[in-house]
Design a protein around this ligand. Structure first.
Ligand code: CP3
Length: 335
């Protein structure tokens, strides 16, 4: 929390995107026979899965175990997370009539989220809980395409072909994501991360015109609650400054941009988060250590740095390497 607020820290803090989940055998055991979305709605499971990497690795923050599509499922949209595929929408949202199937989210739709966060905050003690939501563009891509997409063709066609409908869809998604975050904060989350994972598919002009206003609405709603806001996307080198201006306190940097370049692009008003290539976790320890020390040193020139990967932990990652990496970052960054 201190790093996010650009205040002095005893060492560079570290957590991992997707630290809860597929790389952990204890996660796979707990999830056996339970669907992904079902597991996200069971407070006992959510709390236990979120705690697993905190206990095992000694990371400086927990990331709430959920998924960006949980709130759209909670308003009644027929969506599932299919193993090995990702989110799949039975009947995609492409018309004004379709939009009627996506009502606003109210806290009453997600009492389980409140319960999960409360359980976690009690168990975590001093370790902060990071809540999260998907940003409107990334969510819209799943809803319009009907599932994961490489080129986001239908999404971009809608954005340019019917901007009014696009803006209405994204405004609704912004309401849904803002409420999802507000519920997590009200129950005790200390910070939030807004994932615009696929924003890097947009040009800067399109991003600023069709995407950022909706992310800014989510971040502004949360800003009133006073918790630090992290904003992250993949392949966003060209967008980093624009994304920061959406209203972030911390800009997430993927592994394709060197941290000093990212810091130069966003300016000195923001903390940064990142950005070790998750593939490096498969390299010999010496290579991983060299790269980690480099990133820690580079982060010192930002007003705040939270060490993380440049994207999520890959399922095949050896969890012991993650534990060793946490220790290394703590040791080599001790002030
Ligand atoms: O540890 C954490 O980071 C918290 C858990 C978390 C999950 N999803 C759990 C999950 C978080 C933060 C997310 C966010 C999320 N979900 C994003 C944004 C982050 C990113 O990766 O860029 C996106 C794009 C999604 C949508 C989604 N959900 C995808 C693309 C997939 C992968 C499908 C696959 O099988 O490869 C999911 C499923 C998902 N979400 C899993 C987990 C642990 C795997 C499901 C399983 O265990 O079977």
């Amino acid at each position: 929390m201190q790093a996010a607020r650009r205040r002095p820290v005893p060492h560079t803090p570290i957590w991992f995107m997707r630290q809860a989940g597929r790389s952990l055998p204890e996660y796979r055991a707990l999830r056996a026979g339970v669907g992904m979305l079902e597991s996200c709605r069971r407070p006992d499971l959510v709390a236990e899965i979120t705690m697993q990497p905190v206990r095992r690795h000694g990371v400086d923050a927990a990331i709430f175990f959920s998924d960006i599509v949980v709130p759209v499922a909670a308003v009644g949209l027929d969506i599932d997370i299919v193993a090995g595929v990702g989110p799949v929408v039975a009947d995609p949202i492409r018309t004004w009539k379709d939009l009627e199937r996506l009502p606003e989210l109210t806290p009453q739709d997600i009492p389980d989220i409140t319960e999960s966060v409360r359980l976690l905050v009690a168990e975590l003690g001093d370790t902060p809980l990071i809540g999260f939501a998907g940003a409107p563009f990334t969510l819209a891509s799943y809803l319009v395409e009907g599932g994961p997409s490489r080129n986001h063709l239908l999404t971009k066609a809608l954005m340019h072909g019917d901007p009014q409908l696009w803006n209405a869809l994204c405004a609704r998604l912004a309401q849904i994501s803002a409420t999802f975050l507000e519920v997590q904060i009200a129950a005790g989350a200390s910070a939030v991360q807004l994932f615009d994972s696929w924003a890097g598919a947009c040009s800067r002009a399109d991003y600023e015109r069709y995407v950022r206003p909706h992310s800014a609405a989510v971040l502004a709603a949360v800003g009133e609650l006073g918790v630090p806001r992290i904003h992250f996307g993949v392949g966003t080198g060209e967008l980093l400054a624009s994304m920061a201006q959406a209203g972030a306190d911390v800009v997430g940097v993927d592994y394709r941009v060197a941290l000093p370049d990212a810091i130069a692009r966003v300016g000195t008003s923001y903390a940064v988060q990142g950005n070790l290539d998750p593939a490096l976790l498969f390299a010999p320890w010496e290579a991983l250590e060299r790269e980690t020390r480099r990133i820690v040193a580079q982060g010192l020139s930002a007003p705040g740095h939270i060490f993380n990967l440049g994207h999520g932990v890959l399922p095949e990652t050896d969890p012991d390497v993650l534990t060793r990496l946490v220790d290394l970052v703590h040791e080599c960054s001790a002030r």
